[in-house]
Ligand binder design. Structure first.
Ligand code: GAF
Length: 391
């Protein structure tokens, strides 16, 4: 059986028959274990890079054109290098998948001396909340830098990829996904302070636990969901607190103890958002401590608490996902579970004892099918390295 890399190269050559010297890069998806909706509030988050990938094949062409093809998306795009800095470049691939690699080319300050044919082959599901858009953007930027011998710090790659989301896709996301994808390390979580951008690796014992995603099948699209609305609610709350005399630069500068005072200052919706943000930030630190002490039951309880807060205070869950979290809580070997990512659909992430994974998958699939009349996609994930070159 051909390897995934061979398959990716074969497809690349089908799209671009003239290509020779194909370089191959691999860019992982990410799971956020805990720390949701706080990466744009200066909070600390705990994501991992996972073993679901986008394989990026790239070869030079002599046509002065950047061409993009995706095996999964069945659509190709291209742009002449001479047009990459046109004022309307943001609209060229609007709402199309290749807005991400296009944005990566357009925002990079690489001087392109030739065109490139770039193809993408993915084992990472799109629209399930595993950050396929960040994987494609970070991966393209990384590949372009490597092919041009350009040294760029990981943090700058992450920030530039975030700008692609902001300016090309219209999503005012934080920087967690990009940082996890570029800095991910096998069998380690990334405890990332999004205010200082400092991080530390926290080992996670792969022989004891797995993270399993169950897809609700409800498509989440950050641009259309309430993501940007939540972000502006948080910004509004921050402004109100600053006006009330809080000497803070971001919501996560507030402590849990200050919540009582904050309650009297903010309107109810803003208070609920802030309650989630501050308590979630606190939970992330607790989780990192418990997981290091192998207190898996305690760590798992924090995941349930995170879900409760996302559902009731940040209000980004949906009834099906609430039900899924409840169903899995009754299954043997499950430590904790919650909605993962931006919300309004997508996956749950469940932390589970390794011995219990097969039973878990069978049980949740049966329960889901009985209720929903369809089979859920279930992804068992291991913790993998960040983006790197393979060939
Ligand atoms: C999405 C965003 F892209 C992240 O930056 C983060 O805010 C997440 O939603 C919610 O925690 O994945």
């Amino acid at each position: 059986m051909p390897s995934v890399v061979d398959t990716a190269i074969t497809h690349h050559k089908e799209y671009f028959p003239q290509s020779s010297d194909v370089s191959v890069f691999v860019s992982p998806g990410r799971i956020n274990i805990i720390g949701e909706h706080i990466d744009y509030n200066g909070g600390t988050v705990f994501p991992i890079a996972i073993d679901k990938h986008i394989y990026i094949c790239a070869s030079r062409n002599n046509d002065g054109i950047m061409r993009f093809a995706s095996y999964q998306q069945h659509e190709q795009g291209e742009i002449a290098i001479s047009n990459i800095h046109l004022p309307n470049i943001r609209d060229v691939a609007k709402h199309k998948w290749w807005v991400y690699p296009l944005g990566a080319c357009a925002l990079s300050d690489i001087h392109f001396e030739s065109g490139f044919d770039i193809s993408f082959y993915s084992t990472l599901p799109v629209g399930a909340g595993m950050s396929s858009s960040a994987a494609i953007t970070v991966g393209t930027l990384y590949a372009l830098c490597a092919l041009h011998g350009k040294k760029m710090k990981n943090i700058d790659v992450a920030l530039q990829a975030q700008q692609v989301e902001w300016n090309f896709a219209g999503v005012q996301c934080g920087v967690m996904d990009q940082m996890a994808i570029i800095n991910g390390r096998k069998n380690n979580g990334l405890l990332l302070n999004t205010k200082t951008m400092e991080f530390q690796y926290i080992p996670i014992d792969a022989s004891a636990i797995r993270f399993v995603l169950v897809n609700s099948g409800v498509k989440h699209n950050l641009r259309e969901s309430g993501y940007n609305e939540r972000r502006s609610e948080c910004q509004g709350a921050l402004t109100l607190l600053q006006k009330a005399g809080f000497a803070i630069n971001c919501l996560c500068d507030c402590t849990i103890d200050e919540l009582a005072t904050i309650k009297d200052i903010l309107p109810i919706t803003e208070y609920k958002r802030v309650f989630h943000v501050i308590s979630e930030n606190h939970r992330v630190h607790e989780f990192a401590q418990e997981i290091q002490k192998y207190n898996l039951a305690k760590a798992g309880r924090l995941l349930y608490q995170s879900h409760h807060s996302l559902s009731n205070y940040f209000e980004v869950s949906i009834p099906l996902i609430d039900a899924m979290v409840e169903w899995v809580s009754e299954i043997d070997g499950v430590y904790g579970s919650r909605l993962m990512g931006g919300g309004f659909g997508g996956c749950t992430v469940t932390m589970i004892a390794l011995y219990a994974v097969e039973h878990f998958k069978k049980t949740i699939a049966e329960r889901f099918e009985k209720k929903e009349g369809r089979t859920p996609d279930i992804y068992e994930c291991t913790i993998d390295d960040g983006v790197h070159q393979l060939v």
